[in-house]
Design a protein around this ligand. Structure first.
Ligand SMILES: Cc1ncc(COP(=O)(O)O)c(C=O)c1O
Length: 383
């Protein structure tokens, strides 16, 4: 009964592994991909008030005007990035929907999309569902998992239609400086490749300030589909609210699909997001706490023999487990059963990453401290 394209699709490696975790007591999970903070109260209160006031209808397909205007003003203020709120922005149901719409709007059957690896699990799957073909661009811990310009130049020769740039990255926490992004854009400009940016973690950047490639110049902006949302930085995963910014033609195409498949984003979440844009202080406090945990994890993982590059954004460490002599799946399984710590095997993010695991520090400091004690014991047993 199931379409061949879907039958062939590999299930999410994260889901498979976490089916094991479900129901196991006393597990410290470093596997989660969402903030451990509850949405700031002001945002929740706004949603409650909106519900009391009877905001229960559809909105326009593109989303509430007040939210589109608010986001455009936010982007202008923060990055000097100008989008017309009437024509160049679409409110989506999470960055997830934005990714799906972007692929479906631009890909014809067989079109290639460069996906840097290790990748967020949804990318290759969404490219394939839209009829495209992912071209994996492998990266290495020796280069902090950043895209190698020579490798990019090689892949560009295959005439891809688009590339997905995710920074800060899930799963590695890698970010790019403005100068590094400029070099990438120069290569991509040669073939007018569409740049789909997933900037879901932009608020969680700990070293250099985040810079959206669309802010370079008009030419790059017009070839970029910038995706961002409220899930991570504002701790609003359950609200399912995000946005896509791009040139008018692309937004029209994405809106066409969205109007048939989704109709619109949930109104309460859209109202809540208008308040989120006023919560810079709350976001800063959460960022500071993530940074404190990042510093701790980076130091401790390297101390116990799990060599880790410094993640400069998001809330993940991606240490090497080579020293354990185990595959990432065996490492994760044994750590779970023997010490009750859940991490995600690196192969969930690309088959070449079996020497790594992903650890999320979106959990309490106490949990992280206990997880390190357990992992140190685990590593010493293996010696
Ligand atoms: C890189 C990346 N993009 C997108 C998403 C999905 O975000 P949203 O909740 O906005 O759909 C996630 C969630 O883990 C992610 O890590």
């Amino acid at each position: 009964m199931i379409a061949e394209k879907i039958r062939k699709l590999a299930p999410s490696g994260i889901r498979q592994f976490f089916d094991l975790v479900l129901g196991m007591p006393e597990v410290i999970s470093l596997g989660v991909g969402e903030p451990d903070f509850i949405t700031p109260w002001r945002i929740r209160e706004k949603a409650i008030t909106a519900l009391e006031e009877g905001y229960t209808s559809y909105t326009s397909n593109k989303g509430l005007t007040v939210l589109r205007r608010g986001i455009c003003a936010h982007l202008q203020k923060k990055f000097f990035l100008k989008y017309n709120p009437e024509e160049e922005i679409l409110i989506t149901v999470g960055v997830s929907e934005g990714l799906d719409l972007a692929m479906r709007a631009i890909l014809d059957p067989g079109d290639k999309v460069i996906v840097p690896a290790p990748y967020y699990v949804a990318y290759p799957a969404l490219v394939e569902i839209a009829g495209g073909k992912p071209l994996l661009l492998e990266t290495s811990d020796r280069e902090d998992f950043k895209i190698n310009i020579g490798h990019l130049e090689e892949l560009v020769k295959q005439n891809p239609k688009a590339i997905i740039l995710n920074y800060p990255s899930n799963p590695t926490g890698t970010t790019y400086t403005k100068a590094e992004l400029k070099k990438l854009c120069r290569v991509l400009a040669k073939k007018e490749i569409i740049i789909i940016t997933d900037e879901a973690y932009d608020e969680l950047t700990y070293q250099n300030n985040h810079f959206p490639v669309a802010a370079f110049d008009k030419k790059i902006r017009n070839r970029t589909i910038m995706l961002n949302g409220f899930s991570k930085g504002y701790a609003m995963t359950g609200f399912r609210v995000a946005y896509a910014c791009a040139n008018k033609k692309i937004i029209e195409a994405m809106t066409k699909i969205h109007s048939f498949s989704m109709l619109c984003g949930p109104i309460l979440s859209q109202v809540a997001a208008t308040e989120a844009l006023r919560c810079a202080q709350e976001v800063t406090e959460m960022r500071q706490e993530y940074k404190r945990r990042r510093d701790f994890m980076f130091k401790e993982l390297n101390r116990i023999g799990l060599a880790c590059h410094l993640p400069t954004g998001a809330f993940y460490c991606f240490p090497s487990i080579k020293k354990s002599g185990l595959s990432s799946l065996d490492f994760a399984r044994r750590l779970l059963f023997e010490e009750k710590v859940a991490v995600v095997p690196g192969t969930a993010f690309g088959e070449k990453y079996g020497d790594f695991v992903r650890m999320s520090y979106a959990t309490s400091f106490d949990n992280l401290k206990e997880a390190i004690i357990r992992m140190e014991r685990f590593m010493s047993k293996l010696d």
